[in-house]
Structure formats: structure tokens, C-alpha cells
Write a protein that binds this ligand. Structure first.
Ligand code: FES
Ligand code: FES
Length: 152
């Protein structure tokens, strides 16, 4: 066990863990941030997507020892002072979620996409979002919501 200081959603958090513990389990089990989901644990499904220094990253693939070097943002850290982001508002407007399980990862990937590409094409959206799987097949509404957020 080692102690790590993590910057999570703008706050410094201290955790005791084995250095190779995936950040996903630190967020969920140590810090109680349950918005980040476990799907495959292998970097394939995107359910565990967070932002690390502003870029979308699979938290199941990021050891806590590496995570302590950067800024971590989870779905809980997107809204500021109770105000939802344009992406979150678009998700509501387009009624995107079905079961909802994959949606925090989808929103984190979509947010990172719009940060680096504010007006993505359908092809750019499909490419950027291809690593986020949805067993409910909400892909059409996800793409529509990203366009809605891009024009808001
Ligand atoms: S749980 Fe991390 S990519 Fe599936
Ligand atoms: S909304 Fe059910 S898995 Fe995506």
C-alpha cells in the first residue's frame, strides 16, 4: 500500500492503495464517485471514461500511481455551481439515455470531442465515439445530441 494525492474534480483527495490499482476502483470504491461505470475492465467499452488533463481516458486502464500526476474530472465534476454543461443539456433535450449505464462515459467522450473539435461532422463524431459501446444502441440520439450541443 502507498498513499496517493489525487486532483479529482478540482479537489485534492488522498487515498491508500496499491500503485497498480486502476483509477476506476479508486473513484468508485475509495472516493464514492459512482457515476463512472465498470463495463469490461479491458479498455474496450468506454463505460469508465473520465478526463485526464482534459482528454478522454479509460479509467480502468490508468493505474492510480500514474493518475496522481494529472487533473482528473469525472461526470460528477462537469456541472459547475449546479449548472449543467451544453452536452448534458443536449443529452436531456434529445432524450438520449435508455438504461443509462453507458451514458456517463458517452458524455465524457462527447465533451472531450467538442473541446478539441467544436463542430464535428457525422464521421468525426462516429470516429471519436466508436470506443464507447451502448448495449441499448442509442447511437443515433448520441450523435444528434452532440450536434445539438455543438450549436448551443
Ligand atoms: S470498463 Fe474501462 S473500457 Fe470498459
Ligand atoms: S443506454 Fe443502456 S447501455 Fe447505453
Amino acid at each position: 500500500m502507498s498513499q496517493f494525492s489525487l486532483s479529482v474534480n478540482g479537489q485534492q483527495r488522498s487515498v491508500d492503495a496499491d500503485p497498480d490499482t486502476p483509477l476506476l476502483w479508486i473513484l468508485r470504491d475509495h472516493l464514492g464517485l459512482l457515476g463512472t461505470k465498470y463495463g469490461c475492465g479491458k479498455g474496450i467499452c468506454g463505460a469508465c471514461t473520465i478526463h485526464f488533463n482534459g482528454a478522454a481516458m479509460r479509467s480502468c486502464q490508468l493505474p492510480v500511481a500514474a493518475a496522481s500526476t494529472g487533473q482528473i474530472t469525472t461526470i460528477e465534476g462537469l456541472a459547475k455551481d449546479g449548472k449543467l454543461t451544453a452536452v448534458q443539456e443536449a443529452w436531456i433535450e434529445e432524450d438520449v439515455p435508455q438504461c443509462g449505464y453507458c451514458q456517463s462515459g458517452q458524455i465524457m467522450s462527447a465533451t472531450a470531442l467538442l473541446t478539441r473539435n467544436p463542430k464535428p461532422s457525422d464521421e468525426e463524431i462516429d470516429s471519436a465515439m466508436s470506443g464507447n459501446l451502448c448495449r441499448c444502441a442509442t447511437y443515433t440520439r448520441i450523435r444528434k445530441a452532440i450536434h445539438t450541443a455543438a450549436t448551443s
